[in-house]
Design a protein around this ligand. Structure first.
Ligand SMILES: [Fe+2]
Length: 122
């Protein structure tokens, strides 16, 4: 696959993923503001954006592996975010005089500890 196409797919995947999360947040806000029909509309849009994001992800060859590979990928992504990326963002915010903190997320050790309890359906 041409490099430009890979970059465009990654961009589209990120954009659709963000749209899905954003519209889901809008749905929650509409619900709490007392607009259940508008909340349903935003949820439907969020679901559609998730479908679009998954389509792009499937087109990004090698991004969805076996479940075992996906667990390892998820571990590595969490480790990278928590060890390399977020500390830099937090430092930048602190340097700029802003308060910043790391979002709580399960540590890779927590995930790995839970692994033996997973069983594969026969
Ligand atoms: Fe979309």
């Amino acid at each position: 696959m041409p490099e430009n196409t890979e970059k465009n797919l990654a961009y589209a995947f990120a954009a659709e993923s963000k749209a899905a999360v954003r519209n889901d947040a809008f749905a929650k806000k509409a619900e709490s503001d007392g607009y259940p029909q508008i909340a349903r509309l935003f949820r439907a849009i969020a679901d559609a954006e998730s479908v679009h994001a998954r389509r792009y992800l499937r087109l990004m060859r090698g991004k969805i592996g076996s479940t075992e590979e996906n667990i390892e990928t998820a571990f590595q992504n969490e480790i990278k975010a928590n060890v390399e990326e977020y500390p830099k963002l937090i430092k930048d915010a602190s340097d700029g005089g802003r308060r910043a903190y790391r979002m709580p997320s399960p540590s890779p050790a927590t995930w790995k500890a839970a692994m033996p309890s997973f069983t594969k359906r026969p």
